[in-house]
Design a protein around this ligand. Structure first.
Ligand code: NAP
Ligand code: G4F
Length: 327
């Protein structure tokens, strides 16, 4: 019989790639979605008929318990969260409820329904914040720099704690930034590639950004969801850093994207001081040696391939948008 899985955050970037990946592995895929007055299922439209969606909310303990009891999954991937760092300063309490306490609610539901369910927690390199060493690995001290980062530290440690307290097969994947054509447009990579497409096609002239000196270890989301699954297939639960080991600045990202379509970014990019964060994570670079050694995981898409893939996808999306408006 095929294994059953529940993905929270299935409508998000990672949820959509993970659902595709698990369908290809023969899983019976279930997704948790929160109630909304409109359906935001764009990223999973192409697989909608092959997955089962259920309404529940990270804020509602009973809805999660009832859901787990009804589905009885073998594996749960907890990807749902308020994931945009700047919003976490505007809505710090809600961020704590979703991104921190939401993890406890998922683990409590497992504790009540079935201690045998394997659990993946979407932890983040934002936990390293003001980095204490470079590159960062599973033993690097956390120093989060945003309410989001603080909430993720809580989520990480409560996952470790439920593993140690109740023997739950619970893994925390400490993932560095990962992107794709399905990335939300407020994140810097997609903001840049969407703007490059619009500027190239004559629909926009300027792109306003914040800190061009910030450096990130950017990988491809499709590669990273494979690592999540690999963690839950091991004999023992553990925590893993997932990263490429390379870092690039926002300036390099911008140069790479604009030069790919033959444009000079300096004619189009301006700094908007409002986009500078109250506390910045200046640099992140991960050491995924443990994931390579234990899981046999390797990223397959390079930084340049990733940026070019995203620019290509946005050129196509914007062309389609223009054609649709013309009709
Ligand atoms: P994303 O695109 O922003 O997706 C977030 C998902 O969470 C969406 O499906 C959203 O549903 C859902 N959600 C939010 N609040 C919810 C609630 N109260 N109840 C139920 N569902 C809720 O994020 P992503 O990039 O795929 O990231 C997935 C996870 O990995 C997140 O936890 C993120 O913090 C973490 N992470 C991401 C990265 C990265 O670089 N992408 C790196 C490290 C860690 P709606 O569609 O209803 O909004
Ligand atoms: O793309 P970003 O918004 O991603 P950030 O803050 O690194 O967070 C992402 O990665 C985390 C993993 O480390 C995840 F946990 C989190 O959920 C999310 O997926 O910003 C990247 C960098 C920052 O240093 C920011 O200051 O880009 C800089 N930046 C410069 N101008 C900008 C902009 N970021 C955004 N979003 N918009 C700008 O205009």
């Amino acid at each position: 019989m095929s294994k059953r899985v529940l993905i929270t955050g299935i409508t998000g970037q990672d949820g959509s790639y993970l659902a595709e990946f698990l369908l290809a592995q023969g899983y019976d895929v279930h997704g948790m979605v929160r109630r909304s007055s409109t359906e935001g299922f764009d990223r999973i439209r192409h697989i909608r008929s092959r997955i089962t969606l259920h309404q529940a909310d990270l804020l509602d303990q009973l809805s999660i318990v009832r859901l787990l009891d009804a589905i009885r999954p073998d594996e749960v991937y907890n990807l749902a969260a308020m994931s945009f760092v700047p919003t976490s300063w505007e809505q710090p309490l809600l961020t704590g409820e979703f991104t921190a306490l939401g993890v406890t609610r998922m683990l409590e539901a497992i504790r009540q329904v079935d201690l045998g369910i394997r659990f993946y927690q979407a932890s983040s390199s934002e936990m390293f914040g003001a980095v204490r060493e470079e590159p960062q690995n599973e033993n690097t001290r956390f120093w989060p720099r945003s309410p989001y980062g603080v909430a993720k530290v809580y989520g990480h440690w409560i996952t470790v704690n439920y593993r140690e307290s109740f023997g739950i097969f619970a893994c925390s994947g400490i993932l560095f930034n990962h992107e794709s054509p399905r990335r939300g447009k407020e994140f810097v990579t997609r903001k840049v590639t969407d703007a490059v497409a619009r500027i190239k096609l004559g629909l926009q002239d300027k792109l306003y950004l914040g800190n061009l000196d910030a450096m990130r270890d950017w990988g491809f989301a499709g590669d990273y969801v494979r690592a999540m699954w690999m963690m839950l297939q091991q004999e023992k639960p553990d925590d893993y850093v997932i990263a490429t080991g390379e870092k690039h600045s926002v300036r390099e990202l911008v140069e790479t994207a604009f030069s790919y379509v033959g444009m000079d970014w300096r004619h189009h990019v301006e700094i908007d001081p409002k986009l500078i964060r109250p506390a910045e994570v200046c640099t992140l670079r991960g050491d995924a040696a443990k994931a390579r050694r234990v899981l046999g995981w390797h990223p397959q898409v390079s930084f340049t391939q990733l940026v070019q893939m995203m620019v290509d996808a946005d050129l196509e999306a914007v062309r389609r948008e223009v054609a649709d408006t013309a009709h």
